[in-house]
Each structure stands twice: as C-alpha cells, then as structure tokens.
Design a protein around this ligand. Structure first.
Ligand code: UDP
Ligand code: MG
Length: 331
C-alpha cells in the first residue's frame, strides 16, 4: 500500500508527560490499539518533563515490549519546551504531537495520517467541542484567539492547540529555530507549507489533574502575543498621539475662553485626573517595552532550551519502586 512511498514510512508520536502516572496505563492501551491500524513503523517519544511521581518508571516498565523511547529532562521545563525536546529527538518521517491525558484522542491520529499521505505537511486538530472545560475557559480562550489574530499577520487558527501532525521537513525547520520563548502552535503557523485541519471532540482528562495552572496559561498567552506581534509596542505611539491631540484641543478651548473674556480658574480635580492618567499611560507603556526587553535579554543569554538527564533512569531503578506502589497511585 502507501507504505512503499519513500519518506512516508515511519511515524513518531511525541508525548510530553509531567506527573501523569495515573494515565499512563490507559494511554499505552489506547496507543497499542491504534498502532494496529497504522500502515507504517510507529514509535513513541515520551518526554518526561521533570515528573516527581512514578511516570518515568511506568513508561520504562511498558517500554520493554514496545517501540518506546523515554527522554528525561533534568527538571520541569514546561509543556512547550517538552514538545520542543521531543520533536528534536523524534526520527519519524512524520511526527504527531499529543497530550498524555487522552484529551486528545489517539484515534484522531489516523485521520491526520490520511491527510499527510494526501500530501499535507501540517495537519492540526481543531476542537469542535470541548468537554469538561468550563464556560470561563472557553470564553477567555475564544476572546484571546480573537485578539491574537487581530494583532498578528500570521494566521494562528482558533480552537487549535498543540495536537497535530508535522512532516519531517517541518520538524527540521522547527528544530533549526533557536527562539527561547517558544509558542509552538504559532511557530508551526509561521512556517507555512501545506497545512490543513481535522476536526475532533476534545475529551475530558482520562485521569489525574491539570498540569497547567492559571499562571502558566497566562504566560503561554503572553508568549503568543509577544512572540508574534509588535502591536503592543506600537500602541505606545497611539497613546502618545491621542494624549497630544487631547492637550491641543484643550489649549484651543482655553484660548477661546480667554478671547471671550471668561475667567478660567482651572479645577484641581481635573488637573489631578489628567496627571494620574498620564503617569498611568507612561508606566503601562514602559511595562510593555519591558516585556519585549525581557525577551531580548532571554535570547541574549542563549542558554540551552532544555537539558536531558541521561542517568535518571538508572537512579530511579536504584530507588527500588515496586509495582504495588504504582498500582495504588493510579486511583
Ligand atoms: N505537561 C508538561 N509539562 C508541564 C505541564 C504539562 O509536559 O509543565 C504535559 C502534561 O503532562 C500533558 C500536556 O502537557 O501531557 C498538557 O497538560 P495538561 O493536560 O495538564 O493541560 P490542560 O489540558 O489542562 O490545559
Ligand atoms: Mg489536558
């Protein structure tokens, strides 16, 4: 069948895992089930993002009979960096990036592979419905993507997370992009090539709890805007222009008042209001500039994006965790 086509014979799954021990057994079972339907060599790159539970051991335990690779990062670097590390390590002709918690159903990968074989280089999974996500999250997410799309010339699709297939050539480009503050879905959009989408229903987390606290979510959101738009910087210009025009109008008002012979006793309140408004605008503008300067600082340091700990497996085996303990932690 299609597997004879050169360059379309192997598929790597990249799955970042951070304290996901509760979900690993289910994940492995679901992966096994779909691998039977994939007409290509499949392998999985698990990126252990500094888990403090038994995630690493559970994967090692399952790895023996399966084409699994485990990379242990030296600490928790965050979801986006974990994806970056996985894509850099994966060797497949195509790479499928997926969350561990089964919110991204592995079966959708089959649709992605079909599209890839039709000739697409990027196949993103678009959420048609989000189960188990509250009204607040859905509202803020939709508002955010609306604002983001207004601010950047790059078309970053709405309702699309990091669940997607990328072709080898796209992975090579992403691996060569050295930026430190990584907003993966934005980078993929920026790259171009032939992109398409498949639809899916976002599921509830199969087990465990979210590893994305509000602060991390906000940081990701800010990264998207700062990394793909300079509109906030240009807003400073418009603030300045608006205030300047306002004061010009006020000057005319005062002058006309003087010509008409009115007494112009200026109010204390209006002066204070104007002053505090101005200093607010100035601080805000300074803060925005600061955000961009911070990013330049980050880039200038040029530190490695992540560190891999080659010894961690050995250490964990030595710590002597047994299977009963693991089983207990699954519920
Ligand atoms: N994750 C990670 N490092 C982190 C946080 C999360 O590797 O610092 C992984 C996590 O294990 C999961 C994926 O990223 O596979 C998405 O995280 P989660 O499901 O907790 O996010 P949510 O779906 O709640 O936004
Ligand atoms: Mg999740």
């Amino acid at each position: 069948m299609t597997s004879e086509r050169p360059g379309k014979n192997s598929i790597s799954f990249v799955i970042p895992v951070y304290n996901e021990e509760a979900v690993i057994p289910q994940l492995v079972a679901r992966l096994d089930a779909i691998f039977e339907h994939i007409d290509a060599d499949t392998n999985v790159v698990f990126v252990n993002d500094g888990s403090t539970d038994r995630t690493s051991q559970l994967i090692t335990k399952n790895a023996a009979s399966r084409p699994y690779h485990l990379i242990n990062l030296s600490r928790n670097f965050g979801h986006q960096i974990a994806i970056t590390a996985g894509v850099a390590q994966a060797r497949g002709d195509a790479i499928i990036i997926m969350d561990a918690d089964l919110q991204d159903p592995p079966e959708v990968a089959l649709d992605m592979i079909t599209k890839w074989r039709e000739g697409y280089d990027v196949v993103s999974a678009k959420r048609v419905r989000r189960k188990g996500e509250g009204l607040f999250k859905r509202f803020t997410a939709s508002l955010y993507y609306r604002i983001l799309s207004k601010m950047t010339p790059i078309d970053i699709p709405r309702d699309v997370g990091d669940f997607r297939l990328i072709d080898r050539k796209v992975a090579d480009v992403l691996n060569a992009m050295p930026e430190q503050d990584r907003y993966f879905r934005g980078m993929v959009s920026w790259v171009g090539f032939r992109q398409t989408q498949v639809m899916f229903e976002r599921q509830e987390r199969a087990a465990g709890t979210t590893k994305y606290p509000m602060a991390a979510m906000l940081r990701l959101a800010a990264n998207g805007i700062l990394g793909f738009s300079d509109v906030p910087l240009r807003m400073a210009l418009w603030f300045g222009l608006t205030v300047a025009l306002g004061s010009f109008a006020a000057a005319i008002f005062v002058f006309v008042g003087w010509l008409l012979g009115g007494s112009m006793v200026s109010g204390w309140a209006s002066t204070m209001l104007f002053l505090s408004f101005l200093s607010g605008v100035q601080l805000l503008t300074l803060g925005i500039v600061g955000l961009y300067v911070g990013r330049i600082y980050n880039e200038a340091k040029g530190r490695p994006l992540y560190l891999i700990d080659p010894d961690q497996d050995r250490d964990m085996e030595a710590s002597g965790v047994n299977d009963e303990q693991v089983a207990k932690h699954q519920h």
